[in-house]
Design a binder for this molecule. Structure first.
Ligand code: NAD
Ligand code: UDP
Length: 311
């Protein structure tokens, strides 16, 4: 198949492009390089089935493809809050453009949604039926509400135009090629540890997250895209192993063998207190569950940053 990956030069997108090429597909990677980089895909460039298009999905584009993975959107709080209006435009206008493309060429389209649609959840663990608890006017809203509208658009193009859609809700994912400067907790802690700097835990560190290794996520994405049982989602994709940020900091200190100390910094506004996916639907419909647990995944991520980052 010919497969379009928007945001293909980003962290998750680059792993997805690589996997799709390995499966024998033609891959068009579309990216505006806001948070992605050519370094992430440089190793794919001499594959004749790989094409790179510099483009911004807020603008329409004409392509002929069979599948669209719509990942283009900054994902870390620092990056999506840098230009919040642009973040909303990317999710809303970008998704409209990709849905229009899917409709025109009858491609199947998968939207990379997020656990952030649940906001600061009052149901735990989060199931797909939960409608969420999102602040519509806070500093995270450009991302959360943008992604919620993107889900609405997907469902309406499905109901109104019969577009073949899939929706996944991705929970915190980590691994090689996370941007060094994106401020997400796993990369921050590992880089701080490798530099023997203090580890910055925000708030009292009792907030929880559930971390999924990137190869597991990519497997789930492809299974969701290719399932032909009429299951369009939304489906949670994440690792149900739940950890406090203090536990994560302690694991990183232990695994890197660093001499860093933990320090506490201000908790960002609207920071969700807990997050854990219920993955019953993914298990049932996709036969999917994560294979890499946190200790093993952290080891691989630490090895990557040790080799590739300025530490
Ligand atoms: P990332 O920032 O590494 O990748 C996003 C990519 O999209 C980058 O390459 C960026 O340059 C590109 N991009 C941004 N705006 C664009 C635009 N207007 N036009 C074209 N390209 C644009 O982030 P990631 O972690 O790889 O996330 C990929 C997708 O997965 C995002 O949609 C994100 O919301 C979603 N997601 C990620 C996580 C996670 O934990 N990593 C969790 C939930 C959802
Ligand atoms: N966090 C932290 N120290 C850091 C970066 C993040 O304690 O250096 C916390 C952050 O407040 C949040 C959690 O780690 O509670 C996950 O943050 P991240 O930005 O990785 O993802 P998100 O909040 O979007 O889940």
């Amino acid at each position: 198949m010919r497969i379009l990956v928007t945001g293909g030069a980003g962290f998750i997108g680059s792993h997805l492009c690589e996997r799709l090429l390995n499966e024998g597909h033609d891959v068009i990677c579309l990216d505006n390089f806001f948070t992605g980089s050519k370094d992430n895909i440089i190793h794919l460039m001499d594959n004749h089935r790989f094409e790179l298009v510099r483009h911004d999905i807020t603008q329409p584009i004409l392509l002929e493809v069979d599948r669209i993975y719509n990942l283009a959107c900054p994902a870390s709080p620092i990056h999506y809050q840098y230009n919040p209006v642009k973040t909303t435009k990317t999710s809303v206008m970008g998704t409209i453009n990709m849905l229009g493309l899917a409709k025109r060429v009858k491609a199947r389209i998968l939207q990379a949604s997020t656990s952030e649609v649940y906001g600061d959840p009052q149901i735990h663990p989060q199931t797909e039926e939960y409608w969420g608890n999102v602040n519509p006017i806070g500093i995270r809203s450009c991302y959360d509400e943008g992604k919620r509208v993107a889900e609405t658009l997907m469902m309406d193009y499905y109901r109104q135009n019969n577009v073949d859609i899939r929706i996944i809700r991705i929970f915190n994912t980590y691994g090689p090629r996370m941007a060094e400067n994106d401020g997400r907790v796993v990369s921050n802690f590992i880089l701080q540890a490798l530099r023997n700097q203090d580890i910055t835990v925000y708030g009292d560190g009792s907030q929880t997250r559930s971390f999924c290794y990137v190869s597991d996520l990519v497997e789930g994405m492809i299974r969701m895209m290719e399932n032909d049982q009429g299951f369009i989602g939304p489906v949670n994709l994440g690792n149900p192993g739940e950890f406090t940020m203090l536990e994560l900091a302690e694991k990183v200190i232990e695994q890197t063998g660093c001499s860093s100390k933990i320090i506490f910094a201000e908790l960002p506004q609207d920071d969700p207190k807990q997050r854990q996916p219920d993955i019953s639907l993914a298990r049932q419909w996709l036969g999917w569950e994560p294979a890499v647990q946190l200790d093993e995944g952290l080891n691989m991520a630490i090895a990557y940053f040790r080799k590739n980052a300025a530490v």
